[in-house]
Design a binder for this molecule. Structure first.
Ligand SMILES: [Mn+2]
Length: 482
């Protein structure tokens, strides 16, 4: 009896899974439609905007890199497949099947290709799921009659000219060639301005996208908050699990396992896990140190990407659970710089001028001078070589404006100090690298710290690292080494 019940329950689970294989919390088609309407609103009179899909990139031989849609196109459509082009018209256009103000050319259904590389939405799928009216196969773009010369402005992003021609008709390469011909884009070998149409505009569109993507909607924030929470929980679990002798790769794997445990599909950027002196390499993604040692810190800069939105959180912790006096001096200095900068976040301030130069960088320079690492707070140095923060969203360095913070902007605040071996200071500081990075939402009257689940005060980190970890029990058989 019990067995039968189990089987029925199992069958029920399988059935509901088959009915609903995709998560139901992706951005809605209404969101994408509204974004297209806002692009249209911001476009100049008598103009058309063109957005291409990202190219497929080959890793080697038969294997491509995991495909990542162009974030602008994804933001405006929700379409995740390659070989597509979207056209948005400022004004209604007359066509044989009535008027329209947007057309979407997508990759066609193809049973053989889908068996190898996955399902395609096809025209009907895009019409139904993404709520488009005018959808065509990309093979139809070449012959589709669009007179670009009649527009005052043809808005698009300039090309990198690094797209491969595949043997499929209507692929991205063909779409770009067709567009260039139709729009009068100067052809190779004839790059004179006279040869090109004078309505081509490769500047305006980026500003429109910065204005839109830089301010997050509630629907986007739901996804971003989830990405940030997941990334913070991973930092907390790794604090508990951290032991001398682990490898950088193993620690990277723990973070990424937890991302996937929470169904975050990807990492928003290659994970940075650097112990000791490796932390001084800002984008250290080799993560190859086989055994981290008890007398060093480890810098972990990772972000879960949940349904396209990526967090960006960095924690730096002592491998043995206890900061040495030198580590603590540097850590607490970075913490103070970060904490003061976070507290000053509000609409109207400028990240570089008001938060970095006036607060974070000043505190760090004064602190480094006090510790004798530099001679005076005014001395030029390379111990804090990067900026204080950036927008996050569909890109880890997301599109957005940097003039003034506004409500709805999501940014990082991430000061750091990096003292590589051989630096011109007392060698007791060598190999100390600290970055603390948090994700902040700008609100009407200030800010909300999105990444507060992961402790960042030195005392709180030490306390968290004493907590037991379920991974303490996770022992795998040794590989035969002979
Ligand atoms: Mn960052």
């Amino acid at each position: 009896m019990k067995k039968i019940l189990t089987l029925i329950l199992l069958a029920g689970t399988l059935f509901s899974f088959a009915q609903n294989e995709l998560p139901d919390d992706f951005l809605s088609s209404e969101f994408h439609q509204e974004r297209r309407d806002l692009v249209r609103e911001k476009m100049p009179a008598n103009s058309v905007a063109i957005f291409f899909a990202s190219p497929v990139r080959n890793r080697a031989n038969d294997v491509d890199y995991v495909y990542h849609q162009d974030p602008n196109l994804y933001y405006l459509t929700g379409y995740k497949e390659p070989h597509a082009v979207l056209l948005i018209f400022k004004e209604e256009q007359d066509g044989p099947e009535g008027s329209y103000d947007e057309i979407f050319f997508i990759q066609p259904r193809n049973a053989m290709a889908e068996m190898w590389t996955g399902r395609r939405m096809g025209i009907n799928g895009v019409k139904e799921k993404l709520a488009f009216n005018q959808v065509f196969n990309n093979t139809e773009f070449e012959d589709y009659n669009i007179d670009f010369s009649k527009f005052d402005k043809v808005l698009f992003y300039d090309f990198y000219n690094d797209v491969r021609d595949t043997n499929a008709e209507g692929d991205l390469y063909d779409l770009i060639v067709s567009f260039k011909q139709k729009a009068g884009y100067p052809t190779e070998g004839d790059l004179t301005i006279e040869s090109s149409a004078n309505n081509l505009d490769m500047e305006t569109l980026d500003q429109i996208m910065k204005d839109l993507r830089g301010i997050k909607t509630e629907e986007e924030l739901n996804l971003l908050r989830k990405a940030v929470d997941i990334s913070c929980i991973a930092q907390v679990e790794v604090m508990k699990a951290m032991k001398p002798g682990m490898s950088e790769l193993e620690i990277q794997g723990l973070h990424e396992f937890i991302f996937k445990k929470y169904k975050a599909e990807y990492e928003g950027y290659p994970s940075i896990v650097g112990a000791g002196n490796n932390g001084c390499i800002l984008h250290y993604i080799e993560n190859y140190k086989p055994e981290i040692s008890s007398d060093e810190m480890i810098l972990m800069d990772l972000g879960a990407e949940y349904h396209g939105y990526t967090a960006d959180v960095t924690r730096t912790i002592p491998v043995d659970g206890k900061f040495s006096p030198e580590e603590k001096a540097i850590y607490d200095l970075v913490y103070r710089a970060q904490d003061e900068a976070i507290k000053a976040c509000k609409p109207g301030v400028n990240i570089q001028r008001d938060l970095d130069f006036a607060i974070a960088r000043r505190i760090i320079n004064e602190g480094l001078a006090e510790l004798g690492i530099i001679d005076s707070a005014n001395q030029r140095h390379l111990y804090y070589p990067h900026g204080l923060g950036h927008h996050i969203g569909l890109d880890v360095h997301d599109k957005g404006n940097y003039e003034y913070l506004e409500p709805g902007m999501a940014i990082t605040i991430e000061p750091g100090i990096y003292i590589p071996e051989g630096a011109k200071c007392d060698e007791k500081w060598w190999g100390i690298a600290v970055r603390i990075e948090d994700d902040v939402l700008i609100t009407e009257d200030g800010y909300e710290l999105l990444s507060d689940i992961a402790p960042r005060k030195s005392e709180e980190i030490e306390k968290m690292m004493q907590e037991p970890s379920p991974l303490d029990e996770f022992v795998l058989p040794a590989l035969d080494e002979d």
